[in-house]
Design a protein around this ligand. Sequence first.
Ligand code: KIV
Length: 304
Amino acid sequence: MYTPTAAGAVAPKKITVPELRNRKAAQGQARIAMITAYDFTMARLVEEGGAEMVLVGDSLGMVVQGQANTLPVTMDDMVYHCRAVARGLARAHLVGDLPFLSYQASPEKALESAGRLMKEGFCESVKLEGGAEYAPHVKLLVRAGIPVVGHIGLTPQSVHALGGFKMQGRGDEAGKRLLADALALEEAGAFCIVLEAVPPDVAAAITEALTIPTVGIGAGVHCDGQVLVCTDLLGMGRGHSPKFVKHFANVADVAVAAFQSYVDEVRSGAFPAAEHAFKANRPAAPTSEVQGVSAPDSSKRYVA
Ligand code: KIV
């Protein structure tokens, strides 16, 4: 797992796109675990937890910014959060979301935006929402050396067109359209496809038809991997969660309890205790010498 660096230190081996492209569960490969992250601290924890793919999703519009949907997220927002997450990852593959209207207008616009996520955000691939109509965009990015993750089913950037955050691909025709979209994205060069909120049998059929892995969210167990939003997974939210979310912890309650303890101890004076204070960097002076001494130079007075 570890390879030496030029300086002789060991660095974890990066998970590569060719490795991920071959992760098909039906061929006996372990399923891919993808988790979102939006900052350095969470990225480090997610990687320590073993996730192979970390997604800086435009879900940050809702989770970090408190917006009603992902539409207001800008390229500058994405670059900012991708840079922070990239600093926290040594091994996991970093995917950055192309936000609303950063790619839809043309393949060239997509290339310009994806290029920013790679050059300025240090992403290793980009994700875009949409089916066969975006095959030309995917082709151009792939030709430029930018690995692409597709995203079909419930595509949150189309929330208004879809009439809400609703399950997609219900019924034979809709299921067939999703399959055609998935095949078109694969043919265009995508190395992985996220399936969001689609019936498990549709996800299973798509997963079987593709040679690239599917990563599901609300798409059942037959996908080649799963993705969850980190704050959902940790149980950090206070509102309603979609049916497909599982809280693997209840961090919201743990955090609130910690904040309450802090507030109580600050009020009572129990915090900070002696062990939380710096030591004086000088011999203790007899009381008589201290009397009348004005405030010392704080840089000399304290040790780290
Ligand atoms: O933006 C996001 O976090 C996503 C995942 C839910 C797949 O697109």
